[in-house]
Ligand binder design. Structure first.
Ligand SMILES: *[C@@H]1O[C@H](CO)[C@@H](O)[C@H](O)[C@H]1NC(C)=O
Ligand SMILES: *[C@@H]1O[C@H](CO)[C@@H](O)[C@H](O)[C@H]1NC(C)=O
Ligand SMILES: *[C@@H]1O[C@H](CO)[C@@H](O)[C@H](O)[C@H]1NC(C)=O
Length: 676
């Protein structure tokens, strides 16, 4: 009996091992595998882990990628390569916490229906804030799209510090992660024909950070001619967290955290190249400014794409706010109906984590603006009230309305920016922009379903949160059982219906640049997805079990933010909304200090006191007594403020007054502020 079982297994294994396929490239011969798709059990061809660049290690660390020169004999492209090294902390869908991946990581993978065909190409990328990437087909497998006769390619690219650290002077260039991706697109242009792909019909399809990446390439001269369509799912470069400032300082701060004392950028680079990559990633934590989100109302991700002003071979020279689109291609852009659930999983899993400070510090800005609030000022409090009154029916945050709070968080971290991007692209592009909101809830909403299993409070049973749409376009391998189950039921389930529609819309767009080109499509049944037109509010496709065109996915929430931003930006003086006579306020916890003396100090000599200060600039010092300090030593603190704050202080503060220190006195306030 035992022997029989053994034999059966043996036969199956041998059979799948034998089915390989060879493709000839200039680099050498690649051997791929034949695989049966999950839906129609059709043969497709997979090539996993073909190197397109030399490993960016040693002296190539923090350098632009170098094209891979090739190999002798055969390259067996059978297995997913490790992701680029990353530190993940979201634990979404049970992802491992901590560092994973490898520095040697610049590979493409190709999935094709037929190496002799001429199919359009979709380049799929999923990343989160340029910090984490997905684990190849272990996470998302492209069966559905390939069955529609599309070649799917993934390009792994460097992430976070290893991809985006910059000294802003050309020594360590920012955007090496973007450079990787662009080199990968060049590889596709040169090689995809051998896999049955059409190099003139490449569509970028990005989710979250992947959408931001694809959108940024619309502005990049270096990406010209490398793609002709883009699909942007739940991400945009207009999100407030991108384009931090003072990156050079961050780079040196990172060096300091690693005990590197470098005189200049070159020395910093050399020292950083000697260290263990993992050690560098761990040091990031020492560069994070945890209070900044409350103080400046936006979170900041400094190790992400950046504008390279003066650098030769720059890939990005303008921000999307000011930039002119140089790659005018048709775009699909959209979001999921409940993105915000994913912003507060900790509260959904553990409502007891809800504290008063969450409501006190509720004010956040949904996009980069020309102002911030003076934290704790009466205008700050007014803005908080505006938000609470609009989003929370009970006018205060408590266990019972975490879901309303999640709507706010979704809007402020994702939805408002994506909606703005959709309309900005529609007016900036001469090509069509198709807008959608994915609002279906079924067994394949991987993230929502995962959250449900851990939720202590109710999440409701409708809508889709971050990443849920992906499992209707790809096979989300971690929930493969659920696909097997649902696909094997005798009647076609809603999940399958929605998946077929999504896949058809996306692949139609890849083929024709129009998601609904045919009236007699058997899946879409005559439905037409109309692009955004300049004179209508928002023509968007509402995706549930059915497809419907509707207007304005955010409803009243969009108007709320437009009015909010307009109201407060008008109140800003030198970029700060505070109020007459407001105290310089502090995050909770800082003790008031008594001012001893206010004096205007002499001009700072360049190079002496603080290299960042300009010669001739006036700096005020306020001396104070610190009652809590045992030693009687007098300390002198320098406070940098905006000109209006300074004026106010100089005029109003007298000896003996209590003042509250905005930041730790050791901090350079200006720099913290500028970073945001
Ligand atoms: C990817 O898979 C490998 C091997 O199973 C695992 O060690 C690693 O932690 C995974 N990484 C991510 C980001 O899921
Ligand atoms: C830096 O030096 C300090 C003091 O010697 C040490 O405690 C710390 O572990 C070092 N940090 C790193 C990242 O090597
Ligand atoms: C601090 O910021 C103000 C206002 O933006 C600016 O005028 C001043 O030059 C900055 N000071 C330093 C030291 O960077």
């Amino acid at each position: 009996m035992k022997t029989l079982v053994f034999l059966t297994i043996f036969v199956i294994t041998q059979c799948s091992c034998d089915e390989t396929i060879e493709v000839n490239l200039k680099q050498g011969v690649v051997v791929g595998k034949v695989k049966k798709t999950i839906l129609n059990k059709q043969d497709i061809y997979t090539f996993k882990g073909i190197p397109y660049a030399e490993p960016p290690t040693g002296e190539l660390r923090f350098q632009p990628p170098k094209p891979h020169t090739g190999w002798n004999d055969y390259l067996e492209a059978f297995k997913n390569k490790p992701t680029c090294m990353q530190f993940s902390s979201s634990m979404r869908n049970n992802e491992p916490f901590g560092i994973s991946g490898s520095e040697d990581c610049l590979y493409v993978s190709v999935f094709t229906p037929d190496v002799k065909g001429n199919a359009p190409v979709i380049v799929f990328d999923y990343n989160d804030q340029f910090r984490t990437w997905f684990n190849g087909t272990k996470t998302y497998s492209p069966d559905f799209l390939v069955e529609e006769v599309v070649v799917v390619v993934t390009i792994s690219h460097r992430l976070a510090i290893l991809g985006y650290l910059t000294t802003e002077d050309g020594v360590i260039k920012g955007n090496n992660g973007l450079r990787d991706f662009i080199l990968g697109l060049e590889w596709i242009k040169d090689n995809i024909e051998q896999f049955g792909g059409d190099p003139t019909k490449v569509t970028l399809m990005g989710s979250r950070g992947g959408a931001t990446l694809a959108e940024l390439l619309l502005y990049s001269e270096k990406a010209k001619g490398l793609f002709s369509g883009a699909i942007l799912q739940s991400g945009t470069s207009l999100e407030a967290m991108y384009f931090s400032k003072n990156l050079k300082k961050k780079a040196f701060q990172l060096g300091a955290a690693l005990n590197i004392t470098a005189a200049d950028s070159k020395e910093l680079l050399e020292e950083l190249q000697k260290l263990d990559a993992e050690k560098i990633l761990f040091a990031e934590i020492d560069t994070i400014d945890t209070e900044s989100i409350d103080l400046y109302q936006i979170s900041s991700f400094p190790f992400a794409p950046t504008i390279e002003d003066e650098i030769e071979d720059a890939v990005l020279t303008t921000s999307p706010e000011d930039g002119k689109i140089v790659n005018d291609v048709p775009v699909i852009i959209g979001l999921n109906s409940r993105e915000g659930l994913d912003a507060v999983p900790h509260l959904i899993f553990e409502p007891n984590l809800l504290t008063d400070s969450l409501e006190q510090n509720i004010v956040k800005l949904p996009i980069r603006t020309n102002f911030r609030f003076l934290h704790g000022s009466s205008k700050y409090k007014e803005a908080g009230k505006d938000i609470v009154n609009f989003y929370l029916e009970d006018k205060s945050l408590h266990y019972g309305n975490i879901l309303e709070y999640a709507v706010y968080m979704g809007d402020v971290f994702k939805n408002y920016a994506v909606d703005l991007a959709a309309h900005k692209l529609a007016s900036g592009l001469s090509s069509d922009v198709f807008y959608y909101m994915f609002d279906f809830r079924g067994q394949w909403n991987e993230n929502s379903q995962f959250m449900m299993t851990r939720a202590r409070s109710s999440m409701g049973h409708h809508g889709a949160t971050a990443g849920d749409e992906l499992c209707y376009l790809h096979v989300c391998s971690r929930i493969k059982k659920s696909y097997d189950q649902i696909l094997n039921l005798p009647s076609e389930q809603n999940e399958v219906k929605v998946m077929k529609k999504m896949v058809r819309l996306w692949s139609n767009f890849a083929k024709t640049r129009n998601p609904t080109p045919l009236k007699d499509d058997s899946v879409l049944k005559g439905f037409t997805w109309k692009p955004i037109t300049k004179d209508s509010e928002a023509d968007y496709l509402h995706i549930t079990k059915t497809l419907k065109m509707k207007t304005n996915p955010l409803g009243e929430r969009k108007k709320f933010w437009e009015e909010f931003l307009e109201k407060y930006s008008k109140m800003a003086i030198d970029g700060v909304v505070g109020d007459e006579g407001s105290e310089v306020n502090a995050p909770a916890g800082d003790e008031p200090k008594e001012v001893d003396e206010v004096k205007e100090v002499d001009e700072v000599e360049k190079g002496l006191d603080d290299a960042s200060k300009e010669e001739g600039e006036k700096v005020y010092t306020f001396d104070w007594f610190d009652e809590n300090e045992e030693n009687d030593e007098e300390e002198e603190k320098i406070i940098d403020l905006t000109p209006s704050e300074l004026d106010w202080l100089v005029e109003n503060v007298e000896k003996g007054d209590d003042i509250i220190i905005v930041n730790d006195p050791g901090d350079d306030i200006n720099n913290t502020r500028d970073e945001l």
